[in-house]
Design a protein around this ligand. Structure first.
Ligand SMILES: CC(C)(COP(=O)(O)OP(=O)(O)OC[C@H]1O[C@@H](n2cnc3c(N)ncnc32)[C@H](O)[C@@H]1OP(=O)(O)O)[C@@H](O)C(=O)NCCC(=O)NCCS
Length: 397
């Protein structure tokens, strides 16, 4: 199998046509090839590998160099995207080979974690990925937010298009990256799409000169819907300031929708709030994200409870061997010589260990889900080492 990395310019004739076939309406009119050139700069930082047969590209996979917060530590992350095979070449092992090489290369270049949005979770579970929570969509009437109109809140709002507000928005996502477990952001070359498309409004909450909250949105029609993106706020005052802004649209739109992290509870925002909160996971069009550790380097130094456990890693290309995980100092240490250590033992797949590191599953759930064998004594230790925490990936790619 001939696998090679393509240059940015080569994407136009190799990766993009195949990805457009898989992920967009088609066939395209010839002039729509112009769209490929328009989006080319945003792909510049990506690593794209293709499988070729003669002159023809038969499969493609890309990795976006991103960054992600894992339990307070910001790590380089490989965001896998645009994975597809020519319809006549499917089920020949092309994507398996591509993903192996792509993740080998990203790992060797120092990306110890990876995330993606799967077309089918079970396909990527076999590559060691585990499900993360999907962001919730909150739908409400602006009338329900009326009590906030009377609230005297610290700070002020600015309102502009994303084209002019991009830099402040980007800076706030950098702050969220530093502070929030699971949060991931795109490289600058790709993130500027938000600025260049300039097709959304941006409302920004500021306090004492600093940005404390952002929301992008568009309005689909008069008496229609205000369609919001992720509601990012540093604290409840900032969130309330943004919701107060939405309340002022009461005679303009019938509905407001917003994206929030899975640990947000909109039903507690206000008394008598009529609100619908939904996370619908369905088919390739509405996936929950997945993530995995690509290297145990991701674990070293993470905050951890006082516990010790031996883990035997099984069935994975990138995570293998037996390791002692020790949280005695309050930070996770990986001890090389495990032979003499007295500690309970768990056997984990890459997805099982990733589930614990990301805080999405309890050790008993890892056992129940078949992502490892976790006896009760090892589960108790793992529970202290990796307390459950809900990650919020945020970035879409
Ligand atoms: C899904 C897709 C990317 C798989 O590519 P491929 O080159 O056919 O995959 P491979 O032949 O390398 O298959 C790898 C393994 O996954 C299995 N597999 C392939 N397609 C699968 C599917 N749709 N569902 C479940 N398993 C699948 C294969 O049987 C194989 O298993 P094995 O190793 O036990 O034999 C390809 O069919 C495709 O392009 N689909 C349309 C676009 C798409 O959905 N892209 C994914 C976006 S994230």
């Amino acid at each position: 199998m001939n696998i090679r990395r393509v240059t940015n310019e080569e994407r136009l004739s190799t990766a993009f046509p195949l990805q457009a076939y898989a992920f967009e309406a088609s066939p395209k009119r010839p002039e729509q090839a112009e769209d490929f050139r328009r989006v080319l700069p945003y792909a510049a930082a990506n690593r794209t590998l293709v499988v070729t047969e003669g002159d023809e590209t038969v499969a493609v996979a890309s990795a976006i160099p991103m960054r992600q917060n894992l339990r307070g530590v910001v790590l380089p992350m490989a965001g896998v995207a645009g994975v597809t095979t020519h319809p006549l070449a499917r089920r020949h092992g092309h994507v398996r080979a591509l993903l192996h090489q792509l993740l080998d290369e990203m790992r060797d270049e120092g990306h110890p974690v990876s995330a993606l949005y799967p077309f089918r979770a079970s396909f990527y579970e076999r590559f060691g990925y585990v499900g993360l929570p999907r962001a919730r969509t909150v739908t409400l009437s602006p009338a329900g937010l009326a009590p906030l109109l009377r609230a005297d809140l610290p700070g002020e709002l600015t309102w502009e298009r994303t084209g002019t507000g991009y830099a402040a928005h980007r800076a706030f996502t950098e702050r969220c990256l530093a502070e929030r477990h699971g949060f991931a952001i795109l490289p600058e070359t790709r993130a500027v799409w938000l600025r260049d498309e300039d097709d959304r409004w941006l409302v920004t909450a500021r306090r004492d000169g600093a940005t404390v909250g952002v929301l992008t949105y568009r309005i689909d029609d008069h008496d229609g819907e205000l369609v919001g993106g992720p509601l990012l706020a540093a604290d409840p005052y900032a969130r309330a300031l943004l919701l107060q802004f939405l309340a002022r649209h009461v005679d303009q739109v019938a509905r407001v929708s917003l994206q929030v992290a899975a640990d947000e509870l909109p039903e507690l925002w206000l008394t008598d709030l009529d609100v619908h909160v939904e996370a619908r996971i369905a088919g390739p069009g509405s996936p929950a994200p997945m993530a995995r550790l690509l290297s145990l380097d991701a674990l070293a130094g993470l905050p951890a409870g006082p516990a010790r456990v031996r883990v035997e890693l099984t069935g994975d290309r990138w995570l293998a061997g037996t390791h002692l995980l020790d949280g005695a100092t309050g930070h996770l240490e990986l001890v090389e010589d495990v032979s003499s250590a007295a500690a309970p033992t768990a056997t984990l797949t890459a997805a099982g260990l990733s589930a614990l590191a990301y805080g999405v599953l309890d050790p008993a759930e890892v056992d129940v889900r078949g992502l490892g064998r976790v006896p009760a004594d090892a589960a108790a230790e793992l529970r202290r080492l990796f307390p459950r925490r809900l990650p919020y990936l945020h970035a879409e790619f």
